[in-house]
Design a protein around this ligand. Structure first.
Ligand SMILES: [Fe+2]
Ligand SMILES: [Fe+2]
Length: 140
């Protein structure tokens, strides 16, 4: 496949990926608020991993291939999100003998809300800049 076509097909996936990530995080948010079992929340949290990592990889690939002027900033932002995500994972795996789900739910709600706020801001700013840049570079 020609390079431009490859980049174009990756670009075309981004909106759908954003929707999928948002919808999974919203489901996690509901699960935390409703104090669903730890196993259920862990299952949901782990299901987010592949969506997010694939998406970040795609955006960073586009940014690097097209020499986006904010590539390092984009990666830093993604790393910040990963930090929150890993915090949530480790939080849920911490002290599995403690069955008091309330403690876990409260902190999780905070972390998940932070993820939602971050995502909203990130998509409207740096991701938007990247997408505009890709469009102009590929002359879409
Ligand atoms: Fe994105
Ligand atoms: Fe991004």
């Amino acid at each position: 496949m020609e390079k431009k076509e490859e980049l174009y097909s990756i670009f075309n996936k981004l909106d759908e990926q954003h929707k999928n990530i948002l919808s999974v995080i919203n489901v996690i948010n509901e699960a935390c608020i409703n104090k669903e079992s730890r196993d259920r929340v862990i299952e949901l949290i782990y299901s987010l991993d592949k969506y997010v990592m694939e998406h970040f990889k795609d955006e960073e690939y586009l940014a690097e291939e097209l020499d986006f002027f904010k590539t390092e900033y984009l990666k830093d932002e993604h790393d910040y999100f990963k930090g929150i995500y890993y915090k949530l994972c480790s939080h849920y795996n911490y002290d599995k003998n403690d069955k008091s789900n309330t403690y876990y739910s409260l902190f999780s709600v905070y972390l998940v809300q932070t993820m939602l706020d971050w995502l909203d801001f990130h998509i409207k700013t740096i991701d938007k800049d990247l997408m505009e840049f890709v469009k102009s570079e590929l002359a879409i």
